[in-house]
Write a protein that binds this ligand. Sequence first.
Ligand SMILES: [Zn+2]
Length: 200
Amino acid sequence: MCHDFFNDASFYDFLFQVDLDIASQVQQQPCQYCGGTLHSARYPRKPRGPRYGLTVDYQTRLSFCCAEDDCRRRTTPPSVRFLGRKVYLGVVIILITALKHGLSHQRRQQLFDQLDINPQTFYRWLTWWREFFPASRCWQAARSQFMPPLNNIQLPGALLGRFTGRDLPQRLCQFLQLLLPLSSTSWSGYLRVAIDPQKM
Ligand SMILES: [Zn+2]
C-alpha cells in the first residue's frame, strides 16, 4: 500500500492545489512589512522522496516578493507540501516516522531505499518529533484537541491515528494542515484551509 502511495500522482497534485489556494489567500493580503503589493517570486526546490508522481510544480516553492522598491521583502506562504526547509516532503517525514512500529526491518529498509532516506536522517526526524515539535507553538496550541493526551514518545504515529479522515490520504492531509504554521517562517496570518475530500 505504502509503495503505491508514495508515487501517487493524484495525491501530490491535490496537495499542490491546496498550496495554490493558500498562496492565493496570502497574495490577496498586503505585504506584512510595508503594506505593498505582493508579486509572484517562486523559488527552486529539489524535494527528495518520491521518484515518480511529482510534476514540475514540485520543483518550485510558491512565494512572493513585495513590489515596493524600498521593501522587496519575501513572503513565503505556508505549505502542505514543504515542511519549512526540510528537503523531504512533509508527507514522507510524517509517514516514515509514523510507521516506525508497524514495519519489519526489511520493509523499512526497502522504503528507505525507495525514498532515498539514510538512517541518520530518519533518526534526526524522530528527534524532531520528540524534541522540537512538542515545544512548538503549533503543537502547544493544538494538543488540547487530542484527548486523552499524547505522550511525546508516541509522536507522530499516535497523532496520525487520532485524525478522523476516512482513509490515510485524508488523515495525512489533516496532519499536514496542523503542521502549516511550521512550514513557513515568513508568514503567520490567518488562513481558511478547506481540504475537500471530493477533490482528492
Ligand atoms: Zn513590503
